[in-house]
Ligand binder design. Structure first.
Ligand code: SF4
Length: 254
């Protein structure tokens, strides 16, 4: 596909390249399974990785992996047709995650975290079958900033996300190349390139995660005074000063 090559394209490309360089996200010989849901983030991630792959000094391979949770109305055929039409290797996985959630979820517990856990498990399994050593996810700068705030405000923990970490299964490395890319740029990029975005069609889509919505609102408010506030938060995640914290596991307090 010919992407629209305007300033925004080069900005996102530069930021993804910077993340790859800063955190050593991609190495020679990597086979990266790219989680694709059909949302704006995953289309952007896949296209940017492919753009960089074509000119990279190292050789690596991409396979798009889609996990269908079984929600009625999820139009994965639109995504599949798009991936094939644009020459991406892809694996579409059908699951019965929805039925498992209906049967096993404890009433009152988070629908999203159960759903995400199940999907992640399927993604890891498929990536292993395909021989991928890395899994790329489409979390962007706003996700990182909001998660840091959420953990501080509601979980009593100073934690965000990592651009590169060992997966729970100890087999894969999870990478998040969009760490420096703001959501508003992804929205514009997806619109400009007419990505056929599809809805997850889950029963709680759009109505969940009120806390995250509150963090978005808070950040928007703060941005009125300091337009660089999210970048400052991202910088803070990479500039931890344990001496000025009070985690006893990190230091012995005399
Ligand atoms: S929004 Fe829906 S599809 Fe996404 S994690 Fe939550 S429950 Fe699952």
């Amino acid at each position: 596909m010919t992407l629209v090559k305007n300033k925004l394209f080069y900005k996102i490309k530069r930021l993804v390249g910077k993340a790859i360089g800063d955190f050593g996200l991609i190495e020679d010989g990597d086979h990266i399974g790219v989680g694709v849901s059909g949302g704006k983030d995953s289309y952007t991630l896949l296209h940017m990785l492919e753009t960089l792959r074509l000119r990279a000094p190292v050789t690596f391979r991409l396979t798009a992996i889609n996990v269908d949770s079984g929600y009625t109305g999820y139009k994965k055929e639109i995504l599949e047709a798009y991936l094939k039409q644009h020459g991406f290797d892809c694996r579409m996985v059908d699951t019965n995650c929805y039925n498992i959630i209906q049967e096993k979820r404890t009433p009152g517990s988070s629908y999203c975290s159960f759903c995400a856990r199940l999907r992640r498990g399927v993604l890891y399994t498929e990536a292993k079958k395909l021989g991928c050593n890395k899994i790329a996810l489409g979390h962007h700068l706003d996700d990182f900033a909001e998660t840091l705030l959420l953990n501080q405000f509601y979980a009593g923990s100073l934690a965000a996300m990592s651009p590169k970490l060992q997966a729970d299964n100890n087999i894969h490395t999870v990478i998040r190349p969009l760490v420096y890319v703001e959501e508003q740029d992804i929205i514009r990029f997806a619109g400009l390139n007419s990505f056929p975005v599809i809805c997850c069609a889950c029963p709680v889509c759009g109505s969940v995660d009120q806390k995250r919505q509150r963090m978005k609102k808070l950040l928007r408010e703060l941005e009125k005074d300091n337009p660089h506030i999210k970048n400052s938060i991202i910088k803070a995640i990479g500039n931890v000063q344990p001496r000025h914290l009070m985690d006893k596991k990190l230091k012995k307090v005399p």
